[in-house]
Write a new protein. Structure first.
Length: 317
């Protein structure tokens, strides 16, 4: 899908698109954050590689990841579920048991939704949360000299999907990262509280649901500063299982649902822990049109993942 092009069309069409662009919309008059994410059979999941229970978990978790990226505590969700004619009560029950499992884990309540018929399974969830504190979060708040961090390794989910598509069920770490990704709720709260305690009023942060390179690009463009990336955060299982392609999965795979954010260097001592990975620094160079054209050229070519390792090396410098 040509997401970047379609977003430009939407923003240019709406009379007021000021709330569009970040992982969540912050509705100031209600002091809440709102987000919506959709899972489509054949695009985001395959029914023969997962279970209704795990699908329910994943559907909730990917939406809670958006709230985490906005520095918000998850509170409520509504669930819209579209079902093929052949669906039965067992699917619906198991799916909602998975929904309940994630909701109970993260302190969230289901506040309604919708049921419709469709040719395939479609799941769309709206999640509502409340900011942890008054630290403002946006993709545009990165400052020159900031340290760039992420909350985990990347490429595991896409690699897990590739394994499942080929009938392989190991390594379990990669498989589970695809089937039931976990939102970085605790890390989000820690980030927000640490910045508040340090007197920092603004934070550049988003999640990496569309891929690490995509997130780097969007933060860089929104902040009008180029990012110098020094490390690709990838785990041992990914590198061992895909020794030639691990960089491609890590940069372009998507659906890892980690957080990427920037902080002033003096705060790094609070984030130099196993929960966070330093991947680079924000340069003093303004974001360039050449970088945008190169990203869009490669973004149009990819279909969720896979570039050559040489291309990945060239793009991140």
């Amino acid at each position: 899908m040509r997401e970047l092009e379609f977003l430009k069309v939407i923003q240019n069409t709406l009379a007021d698109s000021s709330l569009i662009g970040d992982d969540c919309a912050y509705l100031e008059e209600f002091d809440i954050c709102v987000t919506q994410d959709t899972l489509v059979e054949g695009v985001h999941f395959l029914t023969h590689t997962t279970t209704p229970f795990k699908l329910g978990q994943k559907a909730v978790n990917v939406n809670l990841s958006d709230l985490a990226a906005a520095g918000a505590r998850p509170l409520y969700i509504t669930v819209s579920l579209s079902l093929p004619r052949a669906s039965d009560e067992n699917f619906v029950q198991s799916f909602y048991q998975g929904v309940q499992d994630s909701c109970q884990k993260y302190g969230v309540k289901v506040a309604g939704g919708d049921l419709t018929g469709a040719d395939n399974y479609f799941i769309s969830i709206c999640a509502i949360g409340k900011k942890y504190n008054n630290v403002k979060v946006s993709r545009s708040f990165a400052q020159k000299g900031d340290i760039i961090l992420t909350t985990g390794t990347h490429g595991d989910s896409a690699a897990g999907l590739a394994l499942l598509q080929n009938g392989i069920n190991k390594p379990k770490n990669l498989i589970n990262k695809h089937l039931v990704p976990l939102p970085a709720i605790e890390q989000s709260e820690y980030i927000m509280q640490t910045l508040k305690d340090a007197g920092i009023e603004k934070l550049a942060m988003m999640d990496t649901s569309d891929g690490l390179q995509d997130a780097i690009f969007k933060l860089s463009k929104a902040s009008n500063l180029e990012f110098d990336i020094e490390t690709i955060p990838a785990g041992k299982d990914l590198k061992t299982t895909f020794p030639k392609d691990w960089k491609d999965y890590a940069l372009w795979g998507g659906e890892d649902f980690e957080l990427i954010f920037t902080i002033p260097p003096f705060l790094y001592k609070y984030f130099n822990t196993p929960q966070f990975i330093k991947i680079g620094t924000v340069s003093d160079r303004p974001f360039s049109n050449a970088l945008e054209k190169e990203f869009e050229r490669r973004y149009k070519k990819e279909t969720c993942l896979l570039y050559t390792s040489d291309a990945a090396d060239d793009l991140i410098g």
